[in-house]
Design a protein around this ligand. Structure first.
Ligand code: MOS
Length: 690
């Protein structure tokens, strides 16, 4: 079987699935935050008199007991609010109110006033100095090269060079971040919206200096994360800290506006790409230098240049990543981090080169395919990009592309791009139990963030057990269950799938399974009530010698109204090479969602920063525009039949982020084809085309 309908669907549709803020806790008190209104400065005073006198208010805190700074930004950035006087960003909490009702807390939070010293105008992106990032975000080298770029580019027949920019973007998940926290002696329980329960557990244990086992995180379902719930954010520390000081259960739910400052964003980037090539369209030099806006704490780094080291064969490749430290809240990974903004620049430049050379854009990519990783010389674990390009072109009808295509007032353009993601891998585990009635239970701390992981677990288990996937019940989302690193970085299909199969294999060995006998029979024969085993997976040493990535080819048709500049995208065709696809239905849904996400990056999404206040202005979904159904027309997704047993024993790699790469370049390239306008700054707006 290669598809199941998501087993979590009915619970979600009927409201039975519990999200963090849904949890009913007796005697809970409500917290609300007062934000700083300056982008930089020192907190001089906080006046809480009026707030303390307001109805229902139990306490107002402008400081919580000291917590040690977190050793990694994943565990919560090194600047936890209510821990000092330094203001790093507009919106940083300067006070927290606890009250009997939510309305009382919010009202009183608005009565708290603060004064500041050393306030200055914010340093903005484009004004700061470029520096080499050195903080906890540098999980790749910042500078990588092979060959002699300067020598090669001088010899090239053709050189294109251009600077591309991407905008500040916010994740805008339906569910705002939320935490309910309470202490029983030195035991802390947190119902918190997280993509990685284990990280939240570790962070809370460190912050409150208790053992990890003393912290329990519960979070079965996440109402959209897209990266905003991967790292641990201030609300976790604030809710748990207030619960400790007050002795009450504390509920803290971010407002939509607070989601624009307290749960990360994808920072604006500026990237310069230079490509040198022979007249025959063979790349000889690739340079990709990128810089992103970073907060002053922790130096968040967007590795926009990373994919330029593995996509194309070239004797010289030179990539460099820099940041600018500016006054703003902390950025974080956002679907798709790094390659999402980076592939836009590289694949726009490839289109510019194809146009310059008079070579078809698909053909230019085909002429530059490497046989091994161009930077490291490592073999690829699995790479069917050529097939993606060929099949995608076929499905789209690319051969019929004409230099000019028009339909009435509509200028029609066809553009394409490669998609790619590095395959990030991490650890996972699961416990699998077969009961005497044949019912199977799989338990893991994993969060279901909307990607359909419970269905994947069913299929992975059923394949080994030889049972119906519907017989497999999946319990998830609690650190009391076997740890899964996180529903982040597109790791889960490969990691959790492998861990579940490891557990299932061990159970089948215990059962001494022989073909033709049902699970119920086998357990019955063992004389036990159930048979269970725990399975694990971690990336092995041998696989680290491979270049493990995912790929795709995206083809877009745009229609640009010649008079109005309005862009429509009537169809997108995408073909992916991403290892084994375990649940075709859920995978198709993931890629469709990724493409819609890429559509947003291309045409809609931009968080405008007010330059005097250093404040994101559009802090709601009216001002921050994301795609809606009316924007979306035909999306045709397919996969190359492929397995990658080097990436994971189940043969799967992650796809959640892959789908969001390449789309913006395909649309921008299609707009160039339609209009002759090369727009290098995202999002592309109507006024860019008038
Ligand atoms: Mo992801 S951007 O690690 O949810």
């Amino acid at each position: 079987m290669t598809s199941v309908v998501r087993p979590d669907g009915p619970a979600k549709l009927t409201g039975r699935a519990t999200y963090a803020a849904d949890t009913q806790v007796p005697d809970v008190v409500y917290a609300a935050l007062t934000p700083a209104t300056v982008p930089f400065g020192q907190l001089a005073s906080v006046d809480m008199t009026a707030a303390l006198a307001a109805p229902g208010v139990l306490a107002v805190y402008d400081e919580l007991p000291p917590m040690p700074p977190m050793p990694s930004p994943m565990l919560g950035h090194s600047m936890i609010p209510l821990q000092g006087k330094q203001i790093h960003y507009d919106g940083q909490p300067v006070a927290m109110v606890l009250a009997e009702t939510l309305e009382q807390a919010q009202y009183a939070a608005g009565l708290v006033t603060a004064t500041y010293t050393d306030v200055r105008r914010p340093v903005l992106f484009g004004q700061g100095e470029e520096v080499v990032p050195a903080g906890g975000h540098t999980f790749h080298p910042t500078d990588e090269s092979v060959g002699d770029f300067d020598a090669e580019v001088k010899l090239a027949d053709h050189v294109v060079t251009a600077t591309y920019t991407t905008a500040d973007r916010h994740h805008s998940a339906i569910e705002p971040a939320a935490t309910i926290a309470w202490w029983e002696d030195d035991q802390l329980t947190l119902h918190t919206s997280t993509q990685a329960a284990g990280l939240a557990q570790m962070a809370a244990a460190m912050a409150f200096e208790v053992a990890r086992e003393n912290v329990r995180i519960v979070c079965p379902f996440v109402g959209g994360g897209f990266g905003s719930k991967g790292y641990v954010w201030p609300h976790v520390f604030l809710a748990a800290g207030a619960a400790k000081v007050s002795g009450r259960a504390v509920k803290l739910v971010m407002t939509r506006a607070q989601m624009f400052s307290l749960s990360g964003h994808q920072p604006a980037t500026s990237q310069t790409v230079t490509l040198g090539a022979t007249a025959a369209g063979k790349l000889t030099a690739i340079r990709h230098h990128g810089v992103n806006a970073a907060a002053r704490v922790d130096q968040y780094t967007e590795f926009t240049t990373h994919a330029s080291t593995w996509l194309y064969d070239s004797p010289a490749i030179d990539v460099r990543t820099r940041i600018q430290e500016v006054d703003r809240p902390q950025p974080t990974p956002m679907r798709a981090p790094h390659e999402g903004p980076g592939v836009f620049a590289l694949e726009s430049a490839m289109d510019e080169l194809a146009h310059r050379l008079g070579i078809d854009p698909v053909e230019l990519r085909l002429r530059n395919q490497p046989s091994v990783d161009p930077l490291t010389g490592q073999p690829f674990s699995a790479r069917s990009l050529v097939e993606c390009l060929q099949q995608g072109a076929e499905r789209f009808g690319w051969a019929d592309r004409k230099p000019e295509m028009r339909d009435g007032d509509d200028l029609i353009g066809w553009g394409m791009s490669v998609s790619t993601m590095n395959t990030f891998r991490n650890t996972s585990s699961a416990r699998l139990r077969v009961q005497s009635d044949g019912h199977v239970v799989v338990e893991t701390s994993m969060q279901e963030i909307g990607t359909g992981l419970p269905g994947l677990v069913q299929l992975a288990a059923a394949e080994i057990l030889g049972c119906d996937p519907g017989d497999v019940e999946v319990r998830h989302g609690d650190t009391a269950l076997p740890p899964h690193f996180g529903t982040v970085g597109s790791i889960s299909a490969g990691a959790l799938g492998a861990a579940v199969q490891d557990a299932a294999t061990a159970v089948m060995e215990k059962l001494q399974a022989s073909p033709g006998r049902s699970l119920a029979d086998l357990v019955g024969a063992s004389g036990l009530e159930f048979v269970e085993s725990e399975g694990h997976w971690a990336p092995d040493e041998k696989s680290s010698g491979y270049s493990i990535r995912t790929y795709g080819a995206v083809f877009a048709e745009v229609r640009v109204d010649a008079d109005l500049g309005l862009v429509r995208v009537p169809r997108i065709v995408a073909v992916y090479s991403a290892g084994r696809i375990i649940n075709r239905l859920a995978a198709r849904s993931q890629m469709t969602g990724g493409i819609i996400w890429g559509y947003g990056q291309a045409l809609l999404e931009k968080s405008v920063l007010e330059p005097n206040l250093g404040r994101f202005l559009s802090r709601n979904l009216a001002g921050y525009v994301v795609p809606v159904n009316a924007d979306i027309q035909d999306i045709d997704v397919s996969f190359i039949d492929e397995e990658d047993r080097i990436a994971s024993p189940i043969g799967a790699k992650g796809i959640g982020e892959l789908g969001a790469t390449g789309v913006s370049a395909a649309i921008a390239n299609a707009i160039f084809h339609a209009t002759g306008r090369r727009i290098r700054d995202l999002p592309i707006r109507i006024h860019d085309l008038l």
